[in-house]
Structure formats: structure tokens, C-alpha cells
Design a protein. Structure first.
Length: 199
């Protein structure tokens, strides 16, 4: 009976400490120290949430930069819940080869590029999560002419905007240079307010 009571007491103590006290303390610290990140890096416009800097959104118009393909329809799925998933297609998959060929053709055609233009891998392959918000600077620069023409903007000005929103590797050596598509498109709208952000 003594051992039984001790086990009950231990369960109660550790449940309170680990299940209630620790999460509450960590939540308070996070909200005080970095509330933006703790709340999902949400981006608002006119008081309305339009997205998160951590999640890709689908942009299809010629006047916007396009994100990388998504194996999960950018988590929309019609359920209201952002689902993260890859395509699970292996390197010998015929479907994967077809997807890559279609994505390549669509990117080249959509950006009026010659058919022999080298295409960055991130515009033909989906990311592992399907929600990666970044593309490579090369992928963004290849879209500059299309976006500038659709908006009637100077190409050098749009190219400069891409350079401004190119993030360098973390601490100078972790990862690769990258461009957050949502942040870039929002900045593009601020440069050309005639076309507000629609995804």
C-alpha cells in the first residue's frame, strides 16, 4: 500500500511539474522574450492576418513571384488545417519524373525563358514539408522580368528588391542564401500598391 501511495503521489507531482508548471513558464518566457516567433511569425495587413513567414502560400498570378512546388497543396487541403507532407515519390518514380518535367516546362513557359535555360532544383522539386516558404535567389531572379513586365516596373528596381530580401546563411555558414516569397511579394505590393496581395 505504501508503494502504491508513493506512485500516486509521484504521478501527481510530475504531472503538475511537467504537464502544467513547465509549459506555463516556457509560454510566459516565450511571450515576453520573442512574442512574434512564439505566435507563429504571423504577418498582418490592415489588422488582418495574411500569412506566416514560416509557411509557403500559393501565388499563381504573373504579377507575383512563385514559390516552389508543394506536395501537399501548400497545406490547404480544404480542412482549414495546414497539413505538412512530402510526395513520397522515390528517385525511380515515373510520376516524379513527370512532375519534374511538367514543373520545368511550366516555369520556363511562364517566365518566357528559352527551353535550354538551366532551372534551379527548388522550382521543380517540392520541399520535404511541402510548406517551405523560401526559394533560391537564382529562382527569384529568373522571375524578375515576368513580374516587372506584369506590373509595369523597372526590372532593375525589382531585381534590387530581390537582393534586399535575400537572406544570407545563418551565422554566415549554416544553410544557403534564400528568399522568403511571401515577404518579397508583400514588399512588391508596397512598391506597387495598385495590386494588393492575393494568394
Amino acid at each position: 500500500m505504501k508503494t502504491f501511495l508513493q506512485s500516486i503521489l509521484q504521478t501527481i507531482i510530475w504531472t503538475v511539474l511537467c504537464g502544467i508548471a513547465y509549459p506555463v513558464v516556457m509560454t510566459v518566457i516565450a511571450q515576453v522574450a520573442f512574442p512574434d516567433k512564439a505566435n507563429g511569425s504571423l504577418i498582418t495587413r490592415d489588422g488582418k492576418v495574411i500569412g506566416s513567414a514560416l509557411l509557403a502560400q500559393q501565388f499563381t498570378g504573373s504579377n507575383y513571384f512563385w514559390p516552389r512546388p508543394s506536395g501537399c497543396s501548400y497545406g490547404t487541403g480544404g480542412t482549414g488545417i495546414a497539413a505538412s507532407s512530402a510526395s513520397n515519390l522515390g528517385p525511380t518514380s515515373g510520376q516524379l519524373q513527370t512532375n519534374v518535367m511538367n514543373n520545368t516546362a511550366a516555369f520556363l513557359s511562364g517566365n518566357n525563358l528559352p527551353t535550354n535555360t538551366p532551372v534551379p532544383a527548388d522550382v521543380v522539386f517540392a520541399s520535404g514539408s511541402g510548406l517551405d516558404p523560401h526559394i533560391s535567389p537564382d529562382a527569384a531572379q529568373l522571375q524578375v522580368a515576368r513580374v516587372a513586365a506584369a506590373r509595369g516596373l523597372n526590372k532593375d528596381k525589382v531585381r534590387g528588391l530581390v537582393d534586399t530580401y535575400t537572406e544570407q546563411p545563418q551565422w554566415g555558414f549554416l544553410g544557403e542564401p534564400r528568399v522568403n516569397v511571401l515577404l518579397l511579394n508583400i514588399a512588391l505590393d508596397q512598391m506597387d500598391p495598385r495590386k494588393p496581395a492575393k494568394t
